[in-house]
Design a binder for this molecule. Structure first.
Ligand code: CDP
Ligand code: MG
Length: 141
């Protein structure tokens, strides 16, 4: 079992797509094991995206990510990291495959509806950034 961090970004929360996006996760066999609606201030957005500090889009991205509520969740399943990246689609919604979240609800390369962790190490860091261990529940079946 693997875990990954997902974020529904501000424009997709504002657009009312939390439920649509959660349906995609659950439809792909990913279990939601933690979730909350929250908000990043500019400083926390800069910290979350610190790996992109030198990129030209860093200031705009962190402004955007701190402009409204976000919905963060932890998804669990076999190969959860890659499976989530697959159903998210390419970073640029214009290049994302049909049927992906970013194709359906992304606006542009910055406001692209969702974030998903890209590797086991970053997933662990990103999960800990938003959730305490006792806020994550494994399914009890
Ligand atoms: O999110 P993903 O892992 O697909 O892409 P990334 O390369 O890790 O970039 C992180 C985020 O920066 C993207 O999801 C976009 O919101 C933003 N970005 C941007 O604004 N302009 C770009 N040319 C590339 C990324
Ligand atoms: Mg990334």
């Amino acid at each position: 079992m693997e875990r990954t961090l997902s974020i529904v970004k501000p424009e997709a929360v504002e657009g009312g797509h939390i439920g649509d996006i959660l349906s995609r996760f659950e439809g792909a066999g990913l279990k939601v094991v933690a979730a909350k609606l929250t908000r990043l201030d500019k400083q926390r957005a800069e910290s979350f995206y610190a790996v992109h500090r030198e990129r030209p889009f860093f200031n705009s991205l962190t402004d955007y990510m701190s402009k409204g509520a976000i919905f963060v969740s932890v998804l669990e399943g076999d190969g959860a990291i890659a499976r989530n990246r697959e159903i998210m689609g390419a970073t640029d919604p214009a290049k994302a495959a049909p049927g992906t979240i970013r194709k359906d609800w992304g606006t542009n390369v910055e406001a692209n509806a969702v974030h998903g962790s890209d590797a086991p190490e970053t997933a662990a860091e990103e999960i800990a950034f938003f959730f305490a261990a006792d806020e994550i529940q494994s399914p009890t079946v």
